[in-house]
Design a protein. Sequence first.
Length: 113
Amino acid sequence: MTEQNQNAMLLRIFMGESDQWQHQALYDALAVEARKQDLSGITVLRGILGYGARRIFHASHLIDLSEDLPIVIEIVDTEENIQSFLPTIDKMVHGKSLVTLEKVQIYKPKAPN
């Protein structure tokens, strides 16, 4: 591994837009908690189409304006920091969402000379 590459972990959480935690959007609540726990960053992606375990499509089509579009949260940090965030996931998600972990490498492009 070069100086430009660093081992890390990717935490991905798949959920519906309507999922809640204490009367607020679950993705908002998780982002706040990730910041409180000093994780390096979080990205919340809103999908245009998806379905989960119940096989019900959620889509952003104009005819079928869904209020429960798919949401994916991605957090990349050290394995230690991600592992320490998992109890928060357990507390807030309650098994409603799919959560994946992947070992990744962070590549830092060289600055121009």
